[in-house]
Design a protein around this ligand. Structure first.
Ligand code: FAD
Length: 414
């Protein structure tokens, strides 16, 4: 096959790749998406944040999603023993979307990719990026292998690496580095939710907190199935023996709140597990390429920030590539790395403070402080660039300080 020439090559057709592709396609660039698997394909990451609705709307991908009737997510519930902490996205500090969806990603991602194909984007499934080389001017030659093992080359002015856990460029260019987030692992699967209660209780997304390091997600879908997943330290995950379905069934017994509902719920496939899921890189871009979504960074599922970060970074990258290809100078360090790092650092604080227990102290302290709750709610909705929010601007100390004050007050009253 003769070489293909494009303006932008996008690796991976997940939400990050689709958002980048939709934006660049709208701008009239000659682009190509190369995707290793065939869609629909399973991927974890089913609880979205309101902030990502802004991204889908801006690139014209919201209407196709609205037609799918996914379960509406209006907030998030955290449970610890008998204390309930309910966040309602309509009561948040920052203006923005008050709702989003909880989605089976196979269907969600399939809709996105079908829509960009309908709009004229060239997507090749079962085509895998195996090697890349860059010239000094940033133009690249990428080696692709198709299903028959046939190789061909794509020459591009720019590459967006949205390959998720494939982490194509971080691997090929030696950009990976250890994450600063404490190591945790997860086991998850989908069940037919045969005992789903009627009304809101049946459809509420919930994080059942078992202890400081261990929690359990329940994400009901509009198709009657529910995603269940346990997250914990490796010692916790490894302490259950057997197949992943046997281990998940045993773990279910640790949830007093949900055991009865799910104990007989049939699993829809053998549950999957991911060990030490947090990922980081030494740099987010280089001459002629940019990393977006999980290919760049993944923190932790506890605040469902993965897809939103994937679409935020994709949209930002696509805008900067547009400028660069139009001959303008782009300050990638300032306009990409520093911007993305700002949001990542805010979320990273919340993840770290979740596992120190400080954030859990704030969530489960009673009585609640409505102003504090609104500010934290904006962070949990993904609005982590709003510096009018003290829980964004002072994220590195405010959670710790407030938790300390609550702990002192509790000690005094005991
Ligand atoms: P992906 O959606 O993974 O897409 C990457 C695509 O690239 C894939 O289709 C893959 O086949 C393709 N690819 C890979 N290698 C190659 C190659 N060599 N050539 C061509 N194509 C390639 N996020 C949330 O927002 N909410 C959650 O509730 C949530 N829960 C999570 C729970 C767990 C346990 C974990 C580990 C993660 C969770 N996440 C969650 C994170 C979420 O899974 C990711 O952040 C999100 O899927 C990233 O999207 P993406 O587009 O970057 O990558």
């Amino acid at each position: 096959m003769s070489d293909i020439h494009v303006d932008v090559l996008i690796i991976g057709a997940g939400p990050s790749g689709c958002v980048a592709a939709a934006y660049l396609n709208n701008k009239g660039f000659n682009i190509k998406v190369v995707e290793k698997s065939v869609f629909p394909r399973f991927v974890i990451g089913e609880s979205l944040l309101p902030r990502c609705m802004d991204h889908f709307e801006e690139v014209g991908l919201l209407d196709c999603l609205k037609e799918a009737n996914f379960e509406i997510k209006r907030g998030a519930r955290f449970l610890r023993e008998d204390i309930v902490c309910n966040f309602d996205f309509s009561k948040k500090h920052t203006e923005g979307w008050n709702w989003t969806w909880q989605v089976p990603r196979a269907d969600f991602d399939h809709i996105l990719v079908n829509d960009i194909i309908k709009k004229g984007v060239d997507v090749s499934f079962k085509h895998e990026v195996v090697d890349v080389s860059f010239a000094t001017d940033g133009t690249s030659t990428t080696l692709i292998k198709d299903t028959e093992g046939e190789g061909y080359k794509i020459k591009a002015k720019f590459i967006v690496d949205s390959s998720g856990y494939g982490r194509v460029l971080p691997r090929l260019l030696d950009l990976e580095k250890p994450s600063s987030i404490p190591e945790h692992s997860s086991i998850f699967g989908h069940v037919k939710d045969i005992n789903r209660p009627k009304g809101e209780e049946g459809t509420l997304i919930t994080f059942d907190v078992l202890d400081k390091d261990t929690w359990f997600w329940v994400i009901p879908f509009s198709n009657g199935n529910t995603s269940l997943g346990f997250v914990g330290k490796n010692e916790f995950i490894d302490s259950f023996e057997g197949t992943t379905s046997e281990r998940l069934q045993k773990m279910l017994k640790t949830s007093d709140y949900y055991y009865e509902r799910f104990k007989d719920a049939p699993l829809l496939f053998e549950p999957k597990s991911i060990r030490n899921y947090s990922k980081a890189v030494k740099q987010f871009y280089g001459k002629g390429f940019v990393l977006t979504g999980n290919s760049a960074e993944f923190l932790d599922p506890v605040f469902s920030s993965g897809v939103t970060f994937a679409t935020e970074s994709a949209l930002k990258a696509a805008k900067l590539i547009t400028k660069e290809l139009q001959g303008e100078t782009v300050e990638w360090e300032e306009d990409y790395t520093n911007y993305i790092k700002y949001g990542v650092d805010v979320f990273a604080t919340y993840v770290k403070e979740w596992y120190t227990g400080n954030l859990q102290t704030l969530f489960f302290h009673r009585p609640e402080n409505p102003e504090v709750k609104k500010q934290i709610c904006a962070v949990l909705a993904g609005y982590v660039w709003d510096e009018t929010n003290p829980f964004v601007k002072k994220h590195d100390r405010i959670v710790r300080t407030l938790a300390h004050l609550i702990n002192m007050e509790t000690e005094k009253s005991e």
